[in-house]
Design a protein around this ligand. Structure first.
Ligand SMILES: [Mn+2]
Length: 405
């Protein structure tokens, strides 16, 4: 009997994610999960835990299932048992009940994984050591209640010499504010080690008894702060009748991603265009995924950035997305401006009247202004009718129709 157990942890493989509508990303997610698996195998783990979200979609395509089979076979060929749970992206518990099972059950039939749905299994390692592995499917808000019930009804299993390992797919409140689970109440349950999926980044607690190893590829741009992804190698050592965990992080590279935030402050559309274009050219690196977030306040016009046109300048990247959130401050403040200039601006900028007929409109507006504030004599019926005719004629004229499209 040895007193050391090596656990390999990986999570959130999101196999089959056609990110940006590109099939190449499916290959990326498969490649990343394969790298992660090979790293665990190299480190001679006794068994592997997969903390949910094996697939990106609940009904994976055949190619996604083949990818999963290839990955799990790597472990099966070497006699390394794999324990998996259901994540929020995998087929739901209710759906699986209605349909008599899901893809993960197929892998169980093929003896590629052991699926744990709010239950435990005892696993005998090749060393003869027995480990009790508990798994909970994704429950969200009711996770803590379910977990308490599971532990409560199996209390006696926490008093023996067998180490208890738990696999979860939930957020903790120190990682995601709205979460209902926290590390302290988890710690009190009495597990020797808890493996967590769902949160796509790396995180461990101080006593190294809880670990989120993160997704095997970047699923969203929010995860790009770290260019690498990782798996966890957990060693459980028996020290004076207690199993103490220690965690090692093993990183590996995935397709490069760059996220850049450009805040232009108060500026003009031309300056924004030039600035974004310059950044696009700087970041146009081979096979990279680029995201540029553009913010600023335009002083000259309420134009929008033609992101499609600007993106087309990046010819080496795998994918580029530009997110433009520009405010319009209104017309620029000018000093010593005349009434006529104000009217010209209003007709041009606000109503979109073409340059060629702005003078006509200004003339009409001036006549109307005189009519309204002029002497009583000028406000006679003939003048009013005359102006009304001119106005109706102008409004029905194509100038305004075109300008306000
Ligand atoms: Mn996930």
């Amino acid at each position: 009997m040895v007193d050391e157990i090596k656990i390999g942890q990986m999570s959130d493989l999101h196999l089959g994610y056609r990110q940006y509508g590109k099939f190449d990303r499916v290959t990326d997610f498969y490649g990343a999960a394969k790298n992660a698996s090979e790293l665990l195998i190299e480190n001679e783990v006794d068994f592997v835990v997969v903390a949910g979200d094996i697939f990106h979609r609940a009904r994976p395509y055949p190619i996604d299932q083949r990818h999963a089979i290839k990955i799990f076979s790597l472990f099966q060929r070497r006699g390394i048992p794999v324990y998996a749970i259901r994540g929020n992206h995998d087929a739901s518990y209710a759906w699986s009940e209605r349909q008599g099972g899901n893809e993960l059950h197929v892998f169980e039939d093929l003896e590629l994984v052991t699926l744990l749905e709010d239950e435990y299994r005892e696993c005998e390692l090749s060393s003869g050591q027995i480990v009790r592995i508990w798994g909970m499917g994704y429950h969200g808000n009711t996770a803590m209640k379910k977990l308490n019930q599971l532990v409560e009804s199996n209390k006696e299993l926490f008093d023996d010499d067998i180490p208890n390992v738990l696999i979860l797919h939930e957020f903790l409140d120190n990682l995601v504010k709205s979460a209902k689970l926290n590390e302290y109440s988890l710690d009190l349950l009495g597990f020797d080690f808890i493996s967590i999926g769902h949160y796509h980044g790396w995180w461990i607690n101080d006593s190294q008894s809880i670990c989120s190893s993160g997704s095997t590829e970047h699923v969203s741009a929010a995860e790009w702060d770290e260019p690498e992804r990782s798996v966890a190698l957990i060693t459980l050592r028996k020290e004076s009748s207690k199993w103490n965990p220690s965690i090692e992080r093993i990183k590996y590279r995935v397709r490069p991603k760059i996220r850049k935030k450009l805040d232009f402050g108060v500026t003009t559309i031309d300056e924004v265009k030039a600035g974004v274009l310059k950044t696009v050219e700087e970041l146009d690196k081979e096979d990279t995924i680029v995201r540029i977030d553009v913010t600023g306040t335009l002083s000259d016009s309420p134009s929008t950035l033609n992101v499609g046109e600007i993106s087309s300048h990046a010819t080496n990247v795998f994918h580029i997305s530009i997110d433009s959130d520009l405010d319009y401050a209104g017309l620029p403040i000018r000093e010593n401006i005349t009434d006529t200039e104000i009217m010209e601006d209003v007709f041009k900028e606000r109503f979109g009247i073409p340059e060629s007929s702005v003078d006509d409109w200004v003339g009409l507006a001036k006549s109307m202004k005189e009519l309204l504030i002029g002497s009583k004599d000028e406000r006679n019926e003939a003048t009013q009718l005359d102006l009304l005719y001119k106005f109706t004629e102008k409004v029905s004229n194509e100038d305004l129709e075109e300008g306000t499209k």
